[in-house]
Write a protein that binds this ligand. Structure first.
Ligand SMILES: Cc1ncc(COP(=O)(O)O)c(C=O)c1O
Length: 449
C-alpha cells in the first residue's frame, strides 16, 4: 500500500491500492478524483472545475454528457445487449451503410474491433493475407497502440520496455518533419522529396515482394502533430501502388472530425486501401474500433475465409453509441466547428508564439494540435528532449502543475503541449483555455537561453 498524503481521500487510496494505472510509476502517482463531466468541462470531487483541452485522450470529440448517446445506448440495452458478432440486425445494417458513406473512396466494408490497437493489428493481418507478403513499413515518430503487434508497429519509444519480444517484420522510416527535418532542410517540398526517396530506397532494400503495407497515421497525433508536407500522403500512395503495396491510414486519433474532415487523410487528397478507427467513432462514450477495407480487399474474402474475430467485436451497445455519435457530428455541424475553431485557435497560438520565447512551433489541423516548446528559437533546442527522462522534465512539469492549478486539463509529453478540445468548443471556452496557456508559458520562458 502506498499512502500519498494525509489528505488523500479514501476513494483515491482504494483506487491506488487495487488498480495499476497506465504508463506510470505507481508510487507517487496522483490521480484526479472525478465527480462528473458536462460539455467541455469536468469536475473533481473537491468541487474544482477543469476545462478539458485534450478531450481526455483525444477521444471525447462530442464533449461530455451527451443525452443522445445515453438514449441510444439505453434503448439498445433494453432491446438486447449482446448477440454474437456473426448476427445481422438493423443497427448493424445502418451503421455499416453510414460508415461506408462517410469513408472516402471505395472503403465500403467494415470489420469491428474493441479499440484502436486491435484495429491496427487486424488491418495488418488483412494486408498480409491479401498480399501474401509479410513486412509493414511505418514511421519512427508514430503511435499505433499498445498491444503486442500494435506497439511493434509504433515507432514511439513506448515500445522500448517490451523491445525484446516485439512482433517481427516491421520496418521504420524517418518522418518528413520539416521543423526538424532529418535531411537538414526547413523547406517543406525538399523534406517531402527526401522522405519519399528514402521510402523508395527502403522498399528496394527490404524487397518490394516482401512488403504488404505502409501504415501511416491519417494525421500525426501523440508524436507531436508532425504535419505531413503537402503531397506526402499522395506521394506515399503512388509509390505503394507502383510496388503493389497496400496503404493503411490509422485514423484512430485523427478520425471523426478531429481535423475538420471525417478522416485526417482527407486533408491530403489521398485515399488508403484500408482505414482503421476507434476513439471518436463513439464520441469516446464506449470502446469500439473498426477496420474499413476497399472493394478489392473485401472481394478477396468472398472466396477466402476471414480468419479474424473477437468476442466483443461489433458489440451492439457500442454500435448504438457509434451510430448516435455520427448523428451528433452531423446535426451539430461538428466538422465545420472543428475547422472554424481550429483556425481561430491557430491564430491565437501564433500570437502566443510571437511573445513567448519558449514557443518554437505551432502545429494544428482542425482541433488536433500542439505547441512545441524550445529553450532557444534559433537552435530549436527542445525544452525537454525526445523520450525525456524524469529528471529532464523540470520545466514541463512546472508548466503542467500551473495549468492544473489554473483549471486546464491537457496532455503534456516531452516538449509538447497538446491543444485538442472537444469539437463542440466555443470561442468563450477556447479564449479561457488560451489565456491560461498564455499565462502559464511564462514559466517555460524562464528556461530560455
Ligand atoms: C493513432 C493511434 N492509433 C492507435 C491508437 C491505439 O488506440 P487504443 O488505445 O484504442 O488501442 C492510438 C491511441 O492513442 C492512436 O493515437
Amino acid at each position: 500500500m502506498q499512502t500519498l498524503t494525509q489528505n488523500t481521500s479514501t476513494v483515491v487510496q482504494d483506487c491506488l491500492d487495487h488498480t495499476l494505472f497506465p504508463w506510470a510509476k505507481q508510487a507517487g502517482f496522483k490521480p484526479l478524483e472525478i465527480d462528473y463531466a458536462q460539455g467541455v468541462h469536468f469536475y473533481t470531487t473537491d468541487g474544482k472545475k477543469y476545462l478539458d483541452f485534450s478531450s481526455q485522450l483525444i477521444n471525447m470529440n462530442i464533449g461530455h454528457g451527451n443525452a443522445e448517446i445515453l438514449k441510444a445506448v439505453t434503448e439498445q440495452m433494453q432491446r438486447f445487449s449482446f448477440v454474437t458478432p456473426a448476427s445481422a440486425y438493423e443497427l448493424k445494417a445502418e451503421l455499416g451503410k453510414k460508415l461506408a458513406a462517410i469513408a472516402p473512396g471505395n472503403l465500403n466494408k467494415v470489420f469491428y474491433t474493441v479499440g484502436g490497437a486491435e484495429a491496427n493489428e487486424n488491418a495488418i493481418k488483412i494486408a498480409r493475407l491479401v498480399t501474401g507478403r509479410h513486412k509493414i513499413i511505418t514511421l519512427y515518430q508514430s503511435y499505433h497502440g499498445a498491444t503486442y503487434g500494435a506497439i511493434a508497429l509504433s515507432g514511439d519509444p513506448r515500445k522500448f520496455p517490451v523491445d525484446k519480444s516485439l512482433m517481427p517484420h516491421v520496418v521504420h522510416i524517418e518522418n518528413p518533419h520539416f521543423y526538424r527535418c532529418p535531411w537538414g532542410t526547413t523547406n517543406e517540398e525538399t523534406c517531402k522529396e527526401k522522405a519519399l526517396e528514402q521510402l523508395e530506397r527502403v522498399i528496394k532494400y527490404e524487397g518490394e515482394e516482401n512488403i504488404a503495407a505502409i501504415l501511416l497515421e491519417g494525421e500525426s497525433g501523440t508524436s507531436g502533430c508532425l504535419k505531413y508536407p503537402k503531397g506526402y500522403w499522395k506521394g506515399v500512395s503512388a509509390i505503394a501502388k507502383k510496388y503493389g503495396i497496400l496503404t493503411i491510414s490509422d485514423e484512430v486519433m485523427s478520425g471523426f472530425g478531429r481535423t475538420g474532415k471525417w478522416f485526417g487523410v482527407e486533408n491530403h487528397g489521398a485515399c488508403p486501401d484500408i482505414m482503421t478507427m476507434a476513439k471518436g467513432i463513439t464520441g469516446g462514450y464506449l470502446p469500439l474500433g473498426a477496420v474499413m477495407v476497399n472493394d478489392e480487399i473485401a472481394a478477396f474474402f468472398n472466396h477466402h475465409v476471414l480468419p479474424l474475430g473477437l468476442t466483443n467485436a461489433a458489440h451492439p451497445v457500442c454500435l448504438a453509441a457509434a451510430l448516435a455519435a455520427i448523428k451528433v457530428y452531423e446535426t451539430g455541424g461538428l466538422l465545420e466547428n472543428a475547422t472554424k475553431m481550429g483556425d481561430y485557435i491557430e491564430q491565437h497560438l501564433f500570437e502566443i508564439q510571437k511573445h513567448h520565447p519558449s514557443v518554437g512551433d505551432v502545429r494544428i489541423t482542425g482541433l488536433l494540435g500542439c505547441l512545441e516548446l524550445v529553450k532557444n528559437k534559433n537552435t530549436r533546442e527542445p525544452m525537454a528532449p525526445f523520450n525525456a527522462k524524469a529528471g529532464e522534465m523540470e520545466a514541463m512539469n512546472k508548466l503542467s502543475a500551473r495549468l492544473n492549478e489554473s483549471g486546464l486539463f491537457t496532455i503534456l509529453r516531452w516538449n509538447y503541449l497538446f491543444v485538442a478540445p472537444p469539437l463542440i468548443i466555443n470561442r468563450e471556452a477556447a479564449d479561457h483555455g488560451l489565456t491560461i496557456i498564455d499565462e502559464a508559458l511564462e514559466l517555460t520562458d524562464k528556461y530560455c537561453k
